[in-house]
Write a protein that binds this ligand. Structure first.
Ligand code: HGY
Ligand code: MN
Ligand code: MN
Ligand code: MN
Length: 393
């Protein structure tokens, strides 16, 4: 909690509440510096990879490494725990292991992935996607933030060469196991610490509705081609289409030009859709897209749809989960989650598991996100026991 308190003033968003910390922005760079100092203070060897992620090594980097970590960025107006809890807990777990005189037989590393939330450049888990080849460096470099700065430009300004980004075979070959600790993001856990069993399939889509910009007072209702109409109907269609455990959310919408007395000429709407598997998710999105196309046609508007990111269902590694349970208790519950994580990207390439810390309110991606100090301490103890078990001879 002291470490989290260290970060409490970095990146506060006074307008939205909570924190706004985004990949390679001033705030995230400050947090990366904080992490680098904290890791170095512990004698860890901090090395950025070529995709903008930070690695802190206990022992020489090499195959079979036991890796933990998370991210330091947030959604716009996010909470204090989503991301930083996993990083802080990793540092604290190292302290606990050191205090107990533990000598790892395998290399141990803490990783901080860049732009996990996609809050700035739109694609979540950008650092882990680049590292695993789930996105090409060319596509990543072209992603643009709200001010028109590309990821390539931001990476370059932060000291990384966007042309050298992309699938990092040596880095992947080093990871023997990855265990990410994270605050649980629903109300799924009624004990302090649990495991994740799976992550829903999920993706992001951008709908651009185009109509005719015009005057809010002078334009008769029957003369309008207002793209806000189909945009609004998409929101309603999303609520109706997400059934049987699926989730569909419109949390971001951008009318152009965005004036109270202006009929917009175009409106961008971002859809986040998730469900148990790919066919179910695609079916939900297709239903929403059909409704959006019908609504656009009714209003004399055009609509363009672009898939901005996609990730299939993730099942965490049963053998690694069994190992974690041996370290922290056979009765540790495992629960599915609707939230995405870098661990979900890595799971397709290396044995991966997640530890969850209880979330008493079920709130996340909002300023009210919270975890009890005692539960966080239990998370650190569980992570330390896990690392000790996995990194022993
Ligand atoms: O959106 C998500 O589920 C994640 O927290 N990046
Ligand atoms: Mn998140
Ligand atoms: Mn997170
Ligand atoms: Mn006027």
């Amino acid at each position: 909690m002291t470490d989290l308190a260290d970060l409490a003033d970095v990146g506060r968003d006074l307008r939205r509440g909570g924190y706004s910390r985004h990949g390679f922005d001033r705030v995230e760079l400050e947090l990366r510096e904080w992490f680098t100092e904290e890791a170095r203070r512990r004698g860890l060897d901090v090395r950025p990879d070529r995709n903008g992620n930070l690695w802190a090594w206990w022992g020489a980097p090499g195959p079979g490494a036991v890796v933990t970590g998370s991210h330091l960025d947030s959604v716009p107006g996010g909470g204090a725990f989503d991301g930083p809890l996993g990083v802080v807990s990793a540092l604290q777990a190292v302290d606990l292991l050191r205090a107990g005189g533990f000598e790892p037989a395998k290399p141990l590393a803490i990783v901080v992935f860049v732009e996990e939330e996609g809050g700035r450049f739109g694609v979540a888990c950008l650092g882990s996607r680049l590292m695993t080849g789930a996105i090409t460096p060319e596509a990543a470099a072209r992603l643009t933030d709200a001010d028109g700065v590309t990821f390539g430009e931001a990476a370059h300004a932060a000291g990384f060469d966007p042309l050298r980004m992309g699938r990092d075979e040596p880095a992947l070959a080093h990871v023997g196991a990855f265990v990410e600790l994270h605050v649980e993001q629903g109300r799924g856990l009624d004990v302090p610490v649990g495991l994740a069993s799976s992550i829903l399939a999920h993706g992001r889509w951008r709908y651009t509705f185009t109509g005719e910009g015009n005057h809010a007072g002078a334009t008769l209702m029957e003369d309008r081609r207002d793209p806000m109409l189909p945009a609004a109907q998409l929101v309603v269609a999303a609520r109706r289409a997400a059934r049987d455990g699926a989730r569909a959310t419109v949390g971001r919408i951008a009318p152009n030009p965005g004036g109270t007395n202006v009929i917009a000429s175009s409106v961008d709407v971002w859809l986040d859709a998730r469900a148990d598997d790919e066919p179910h998710t695609r079916e939900v999105v297709e239903r929403i897209t059909s409704a959006a196309r019908r609504a656009a046609a009714d209003e004399g508007c055009e609509v363009r749809v672009a898939e901005e990111s996609w990730g299939g269902t993730v099942l965490f590694d049963p053998a690694l989960m069994a190992d974690v349970r041996r370290a922290i208790g056979e009765d540790t519950p495992a629960l599915p989650t609707g939230a995405g994580h870098d661990a979900g990207i890595l799971a397709a390439h290396v044995p991966t598991a997640m530890l969850f810390v209880r979330n008493p309110t079920g709130v996340s991606h909002a300023p009210a996100e919270f975890a009890e100090a005692d539960d966080c301490a239990a998370g650190v103890a569980a992570l330390a026991a896990t690392l000790e078990h996995l990194a022993s001879a």
